[in-house]
Design a protein around this ligand. Structure first.
Ligand SMILES: [Zn+2]
Length: 476
């Protein structure tokens, strides 16, 4: 079967787009930079939503919905925030056929509109903490876009919480970072570094931004989620105070945190191969496909019936499908489901029927095993578990292989160029130096790992003193 997928070795960027197209995950929209998420791609987003939403609820959060349009005056209330976001905002100036008195921003994120409401809802310590999440779309005018990874409009969730103390806000920020780490590692099979962003890379309006960072197969970094401690910046901007137990007025402490449809891009890039999409079983909505193989001596209706029985026996409910489309060869069907990343294929031919067995094929390795019908359910579930773990282990082994300690400028530049990866390097702590490094090498500080050991050294670019290594990489 001729593959329509460009090999990774030949052109990694084209490979990524080909995988998306062949798996029917997304398509280009009429407006440049926008994306249509097709049903296969949306199913992946729904898996992420379900997993995260459960974890949000378990940690005491509730969902609400705030408007898409934000008055310009709100955007301007927090200086750093407006400076960071205004250049990439779309602004509505006309409505109902006439010019609006005040322009309305299409939300790039919702801190301002939400804190304008929190002013109404918070007055006493009894109103705190306020733990709200919103599932929404946001819009940031992007010049260079790439399906899922960077699109002008994207889907995400944004949590916005309000607390009585700084400690509680910090605890919340880290708690949600841990929720994101679990989503990435336990479900998406993406090993992530957990760390703090530098001043230059932090969210506009935050005191501190924490993040999870993953490595893609071309050894570039991808930021997969962020959690911000906003301090009292938005409470000050919107005058949100509460009366504490002693009757004193206090400013409220805030956090916000989000992950977006970018995660889907990360999953595609991290695990897929030259044959197409590879999905971690825990987020694949379709986990197995049964392909009946008709033979000359057997009634097709009989083998199809057996295939459906097998689908029922496996007990995966809607997560298993039978491909009994007539007039298509088994080879065509294998290829079809491989491109779509279905974790397990079950083949059933006349001889298998005779021997009371089926053939189980793993998407990631292509490994085939013959399994007696009586053991099929257990074996399929076991295969899904093994594959989930194996994808994670493989991704972690790659990350370890392409993580380097570098101590001088020459090593920094040469490793970054070839083979690329995560560079553990000292850094003086200056934003200016960081900017210079980026201009010179295209690498940015991905994070200051939370578990970074204290170690004194010198910034390889300016010679300034450093107390720990940070992670530099080229990033998406
Ligand atoms: Zn420096």
């Amino acid at each position: 079967m001729q593959s329509r997928i460009t090999p990774r070795e030949k052109n990694y960027n084209q490979w990524y787009l080909d995988v998306i197209q062949q798996a029917e995950l997304a398509d280009y929209a009429p407006v440049k930079g926008c994306m249509v998420i097709r049903p296969n791609g949306y199913a992946l987003w729904e898996s992420n939503q379900r997993i995260l939403d459960d974890m949000f609820k378990e940690t005491g959060h509730v969902n609400a919905y705030f408007p898409l349009l934000i008055p310009e005056s709100f955007m301007k209330k927090e200086a750093e925030h407006v400076e960071g976001f205004a250049p990439e905002c779309a602004v509505v100036t006309h409505g109902g056929g006439s010019k609006l008195e005040e322009p309305l921003y299409i939300r790039p994120t919702s801190e301002t509109i939400i804190w304008s409401m929190y002013k109404k809802w918070i007055s006493s310590h009894r109103d705190l903490p306020l733990l709200i999440n919103q599932w929404a779309n946001v819009l940031r005018w992007e010049m260079r876009t790439r399906l899922f990874l960077r699109t002008t409009e994207f889907l995400w969730q944004e949590g916005h919480t309000a607390h009585a103390t700084e400690e509680e806000a910090e605890e919340e920020t880290l708690k949600m970072l841990e929720v994101y780490r679990r989503l990435a590692e336990e479900y998406l099979a993406l090993p992530v570094l957990v760390g703090l962003k530098s001043e230059r890379e932090k969210f506009a309006g935050a005191e501190r931004t924490y993040c999870i960072e993953a490595m893609m197969q071309d050894h570039r970094a991808l930021q997969a989620g962020t959690s911000h401690n906003l301090g009292q910046n938005f409470a000050k901007a919107f005058d949100v105070t509460f009366q504490d137990e002693q009757g004193q007025r206090q400013l409220v402490w805030a956090t916000s945190w989000g992950v977006s449809t970018r995660l889907i891009g990360a999953v595609i890039m991290a695990h897929s191969d030259d044959r197409g999409l590879v999905l971690p079983p825990r987020v694949a909505s379709l986990k197995a496909v049964v392909v009946p193989i008709p033979g000359k001596k057997i009634d097709p209706a009989e083998i199809n019936r057996e295939a459906r029985k097998i689908a029922e026996e496996i007990g995966l409910g809607r997560s298993v499908q039978v491909d009994d489309r007539p007039n298509l060869s088994p080879g065509f069907k294998y290829h079809h489901w491989e491109q779509r990343g279905i974790p397990v294929r079950i083949e059933l031919g006349p001889r298998d029927l005779e021997n009371k067995q089926a053939v189980v094929v793993r998407r990631d390795t292509g490994e085939k095993i013959f399994v007696p019908r009586t053991e099929l359910k257990a074996k399929v579930n076991e295969t899904l578990d093994i594959m989930q773990k194996s994808l994670f282990d493989k991704a972690r082994a790659m990350r370890d292989e392409f993580t380097f300690e570098v101590d001088d400028r020459e090593a920094f530049i040469s490793k970054l160029d070839d083979p690329g990866g995560f560079l553990l390097s000292h850094w003086c702590g200056s934003s200016k130096c960081e900017e210079k490094i980026q201009n010179e090498t295209k690498a940015t500080i991905r994070c200051i790992p939370l578990d970074a050991a204290e170690e004194s050294g010198k910034c390889p670019f300016c010679g300034g003193a450093s107390e720990r290594r940070v992670v530099f990489s080229k990033a998406y």
